[in-house]
Design a protein around this ligand. Structure first.
Ligand SMILES: Cc1cc2nc3c(=O)[nH]c(=O)nc-3n(C[C@H](O)[C@H](O)[C@H](O)COP(=O)(O)O)c2cc1C
Length: 136
């Protein structure tokens, strides 16, 4: 029980993935929920508030974090970036699962750098094409 799943989801895909991982493995789970139905607008604004909310998530009892979120405009959604910058990654092993529909360009190296810069240990970064999932 030293793994926490944290997810950010607008359309429910990451919620589903995170819930499944948590249930199958008996991990704790928390939604990083910036708290408004117009959450997609956080693409443009409210970054300070996101940082503050990320700092409030209590991860001191966990050694491993699994972070699930969407790719927006070729990168992790701004909420995920703010989460990684502010949750307190020091000495935690980090797995990321990112959902996308078309492309995620240089995300893997950017996220690895971001995790390392914030003191975390990048474990695995997985990209999940949700479009293909619904095709078959
Ligand atoms: C503002 C916005 C930008 C997006 N940009 C991309 C993109 O650049 N590449 C891509 O593959 N998918 C992109 N998508 C699709 C999302 O990755 C997809 O909706 C998301 O993974 C679904 O996750 P959710 O259901 O947990 O919200 C974008 C979606 C939104 C809302």
């Amino acid at each position: 029980m030293d793994t926490l799943v944290v997810y950010y989801s607008i359309f429910g895909n990451n919620k589903g993935i995170a819930t499944n991982i948590a249930q199958v493995n008996n991990y704790d789970i928390v939604e990083f929920n910036p708290g408004t139905i117009f959450r997609v607008f956080q693409f443009f604004v409210r970054k300070k508030r996101l940082a503050k909310k990320a700092r409030k998530i209590d991860i001191k009892n966990y050694n491993n974090l699994i972070i699930c979120g969407p790719i927006w405009a070729g990168k992790p959604a701004p909420a995920i970036i703010k989460l990684l910058e502010n949750i307190g990654l020091q000495n935690k092993k980090i797995r990321c699962i990112f959902t996308y529909t078309q492309d995620y360009s240089e995300t893997e190296s950017q996220v690895t750098d971001l995790i390392t810069k914030n003191g975390g240990i990048p474990n695995e970064i997985v990209f999940w094409n949700i479009k293909n999932e619904s095709d078959h």
